[in-house]
Write a protein that binds this ligand. Structure first.
Ligand SMILES: Cc1cc2nc3c(=O)[nH]c(=O)nc-3n(C[C@H](O)[C@H](O)[C@H](O)COP(=O)(O)OP(=O)(O)OC[C@H]3O[C@@H](n4cnc5c(N)ncnc54)[C@H](O)[C@@H]3O)c2cc1C
Length: 375
């Protein structure tokens, strides 16, 4: 009898699963992908798109085209829960999708649950399509503004810093009017990176006239802006949330084993310890034996072992272990076709680092457009 593999979310790991299934189909298996969007963003190039260096199609993978080539059915919806007894996924439209093996790569969204008002004021960087819509509107209003728009970016990790620099670069190039502030509850920007990286970015932010409010927790979001740690109100026209990663509620509510933050627990096989027919990768997965920070690099690296283990789970053979790298190279862009490399304690940067990053990223994207059979 034909087996059913259900893929939830077209994230960085699942695009590789689909690519590999297109190159080498798994006999006797019907595969379905559930994704609310036809296009999925490649995070490495998203800041470059916002800065104006890449077109939409340069940094988005067309899931419909990829699925079509792999003979995979694409369901345009969101999963809202899993029935782990009946092995069915509930979709937003109320329909159920049956599976024998299910894999989840649905990403994360910024943490805002602890900030009253955040849900109604401002826009989170994820989901990306909704953010890009707001960004288009912000860009247009900055172009026609008679006074400077005040824009707050909350969160000063790599995503927040890259984003604020990309937006500032684009608005400058447009001749628009906007003033940017980056806000963090911690004492430093880029807390996960070495001092050399932080120094370089502090200098770039200062040079671009971006205000920094560090050690400043956001208490509340209001229609007119933010109430900050010192209980002072700060007026902003736009607020963008790029705070750390939060998990959706439905994996835990479905009865899957999760970590304390609600991310799906997985073992070295990227498999749920509580339900052997459930796999997870990318931000939504919490690798119990080898915890790693949430990053696109880890999600990408999980693609090949995830594919192999999904094949093996469907065939009923022994699974392979995934050993994630301890240190990963981060190439963080400064908005202006320059980038800084961060690897362990090492930091270096310049225009050539951006060109290097551009080559790596473009090669990555080409794999999904031309289906090149590389490892
Ligand atoms: C501005 C910015 C820049 C970044 N740059 C980098 C970088 O340079 N390098 C790096 O390593 N990391 C970077 N990151 C982090 C990176 O974005 C994430 O770690 C990465 O996207 C995680 O990939 P993923 O596969 O888990 O999910 P995602 O790439 O987020 O994809 C998840 C997909 O699942 C879909 N989905 C969501 N919910 C459901 C559901 N219920 N049902 C079905 N589908 C669903 C979504 O629509 C989406 O298409 C950056 C983050 C930001 C915010």
């Amino acid at each position: 009898m034909q087996k059913r593999l259900l893929l939830i979310g077209g994230g960085h790991s699942h695009v590789e699963v689909i690519r590999r299934l297109a190159l080498k189909p798994e006999p006797g298996v019907a595969v379905t992908l559930v994704s609310p969007d036809r296009h999925t963003a490649y995070s490495g190039m998203l800041p470059g798109h916002i800065a104006g260096h890449y077109r939409f199609e340069d940094c988005h993978i067309d899931l419909a085209a990829l699925c079509n080539r792999a003979g995979i059915a694409l369901v345009a919806d969101k999963v809202t829960g899993l029935d782990l007894q009946q092995r069915a996924a509930r979709c937003g439209n109320g329909a159920d999708l049956a599976y024998d093996v299910v894999s989840v790569d649905c990403g994360s969204t910024p943490v805002t649950a602890n900030i009253p008002g955040a849900e109604n004021h401002g826009v989170p960087i994820k989901p990306v399509p909704a953010f890009l819509e707001q960004w288009t509107a912000l860009r247009a209003s900055a172009r026609s503004a008679t006074t400077e728009l005040r824009v707050a970016v909350v969160g000063a990790g790599a995503g927040g810093v890259e984003l604020v620099l990309a937006m500032a670069h684009c608005i400058d190039a447009d001749g628009g009017r906007a003033r940017f502030t980056i806000i963090s509850d911690g004492p430093a920007i880029l807390a996960a990176h070495p001092a050399g990286v932080r120094r370089r970015f502090m200098a770039v932010l200062q040079r671009r006239g971006i205000e920094m409010q560090l050690d400043t927790p956001v208490q509340r979001a209001t229609p007119g802006g933010l109430v900050l740690g010192n209980c002072e109100s700060a007026a902003f026209d736009h607020i963008i949330w790029v705070t750390g990663a939060a998990a959706p509620a439905w994996p835990r509510a479905s009865g899957l084993q999760t970590d304390a933050s609600g991310f799906i627990a997985v073992n070295r096989h990227l498999q749920s310890p509580s339900h052997a027919f459930v796999f997870a990768a990318g931000d939504i997965a919490s690798m119990l034996e080898s915890p790693r920070p949430k990053s696109g690099v880890h999600a990408v690296r999980q693609g090949p072992p995830l594919t192999e283990n999904l094949r093996r789970a469907l065939r009923g053979t022994a699974l392979k272990c995934h050993h994630p790298q301890r240190m990963v190279l981060a190439l963080i862009s400064t908005g202006d076709r320059c980038a800084v490399a961060s690897y362990g304690p090492i930091a270096f940067g310049g225009a050539w680092v951006w060109r290097w990053k551009d080559r790596i990223d473009s090669r990555f994207m080409a794999r999904y457009n031309s289906l090149t059979p590389e490892a």
